[in-house]
Design a protein. Structure first.
Lengths: 148, 322
């Protein structure tokens, strides 16, 4: 792996770690299960802090994902170099970005989404997150790459 | 309990009769303005100087919303870890001096000096129905909803009772009842803890073009409901008239509940009893403002990513040429 690919991997992993952590913190579980009692982790139970963190991590992730996508296009590397697990993760990531963006819009003042749409968005966003983490873990263990 | 009932019967018979003529006409007026304000959030105006603290609104609220109250199953399933608090109000349904799952509106009292005379001010307190309600927006399950007429409400069939809405609410309004709701059908020992309850501004009455129960019953016409612009104009005119003060217009970025008081809210806030289920009257900053600002920054993110990729491509192709 060249140094550029390494840096990309680090940025991606760190961003996904923080976005998932702050995302799970949207559910009131870290306090209940003593995790927020661990010194230095009390912010995990502060909903406004985790909300802002999730947004900031989303800004980093979206910028990064778009950068990598267009870098790939500009380099003119063929679509056939993307692996199957790579394609799978791209679809899930796209799903996360789209559902997440819709939820950001939903949170703006004077925006009234249909109640069922909100519930579906919440569940699908959480579902996509679990799938992406699962796929990431699978890639890590099986040493699968995004591109061949 | 008996004293409450007899007091209530007395009030129904006397005060209500006196105020009924005025009340019917104002209720009719209010009902009209509800339909008028279809495309604008509805706002309630509370003239504190008029309230006599009779609690008619409190009982009317309980009566109108009794069918929505929790009926928990007992014994409650054991919850883990043991730090998870059981909150049970089902045997204390007649508590009216604070917000509970069975009491969505209560009267807060404060003594104050007005024109050299010591008087007791009584303030009906309930959910403020914020413009951009953090309780609704931050619920991870979408158990809360905000309607276009500005009210926010909890769907207790979906709520898992994690009480995030209460923590997010600047006034800590929503109240929990353990032993009811969806969590019982999922993993009651490990996740959830009942359901949350609060004022829903009688959404079902509003749907029928009726006014909320507390407004309808008030013998003193303390509350007025109508489209935002109209009510804000009224509130400012009223405040000017009584040389008074306004609360709720800018709190948490704006709410759909506007109080007008003859004495400053800072003073009222010092004199009311505050605590669990007894909200303060502090100034409140817009809790969702940081998120809203970051949302704007988010629009730039894809452009920045594209620009960076293009910059890199441009530089490398220039290098290639040279
Ligand atoms: S006052 Fe609290 S419960 Fe009511 S809408 Fe605002 S945040 Fe929600
Ligand atoms: S708002 Fe009206 S009904 Fe409620 S306590 Fe005051 S006077 Fe009585």
């Amino acid at each position: 792996m060249n140094s550029q690919a390494k840096i990309r991997k680090y940025i991606y992993s760190i961003t996904v770690f923080f976005i998932a952590l702050s995302g799970f913190a949207q559910m009131p579980v870290f306090k209940r299960y003593y995790i927020a009692d661990i010194p230095g982790l009390s912010w995990l139970a502060q909903f406004y802090v985790t909300h802002i963190m999730h947004y900031i991590a989303a800004i980093v992730l979206i910028t990064f994902v778009i950068y990598v996508l267009f870098d790939f296009i500009f380099k003119g590397r063929g679509l056939n170099t993307i692996t199957r697990i790579g394609y799978f993760k791209i679809v899930i990531l796209a799903g996360l970005v789209i559902t997440g963006s819709l939820m950001v819009v939903k949170n703006l003042p004077s925006i009234y989404f249909n109640h069922n749409v909100i519930i579906v968005l919440d569940l699908v966003h959480l579902g996509f997150c679990m799938i992406l983490l699962g796929a990431g873990l699978y890639s890590l263990i099986m040493k699968k790459k995004w591109v061949s | 309990m008996t004293s409450k009932i007899s007091r209530r019967a007395f009030l129904k018979g006397s005060i209500t009769a006196v105020g009924s003529v005025a009340a019917t006409t104002s209720v009719a007026r209010a009902a009209k303005s509800i339909t008028k304000g279809k495309n604008e959030p509805l706002v309630t105006l509370l003239d504190i100087s008029k309230c006599i603290g009779c609690e008619e609104c409190v009982f009317a609220c309980q009566e109108a919303n009794a069918a929505k109250y929790p009926e928990p199953e007992k014994p409650f399933p054991k919850m883990y870890p043991p730090r998870v608090p059981v909150e049970d109000w089902s045997d204390k349904r007649d508590v009216t001096d604070r917000l509970t799952p069975y009491n969505w509106l209560f009267i807060q009292r404060a003594s104050a000096i007005v024109n050299g005379e010591e008087i007791e001010l009584t303030i009906p307190r309930r959910c403020m129905h914020c413009d951009n309600p953090p309780c609704v927006k931050l619920c991870p399950w979408g158990a809360l909803k905000q309607e276009e007429n500005g009210l926010s409400r909890i769907d207790s069939n979906i709520c898992l009772g994690g009480s995030k809405c209460r923590k997010a609410c600047p006034w800590k309004v929503p109240q929990r009842q353990t032993g009811v709701g969806l969590y019982l059908d999922l993993l009651p020992a490990l996740a959830g803890n009942g359901a949350m309850y609060k004022c829903d501004r009688c959404y079902n009455k509003l749907e029928k073009g009726e006014v909320p129960a507390c407004i309808e019953v008030c013998p003193e016409d303390v509350q007025t409901i109508g489209p935002r612009k109209e009510i804000l104009k009224k509130a400012h005119a009223l405040a000017k008239d009584m040389n008074g003060y306004i609360y709720g217009e800018h709190e948490n970025g704006g709410t759909n509940t506007i109080y007008v008081s003859p004495i400053p809210f800072e003073q009222l806030n010092e004199r009311i009893e505050k605590g669990k289920g007894k909200p303060h009257l502090n100034k409140v900053k817009n809790m969702m403002a940081d998120g809203t600002n970051l949302a704007k920054a988010m629009i730039v993110a894809p452009i920045a990513g594209l620009a960076a990729a293009f910059g890199k491509f441009y530089l490398s192709s220039k290098e290639d040429k040279s």
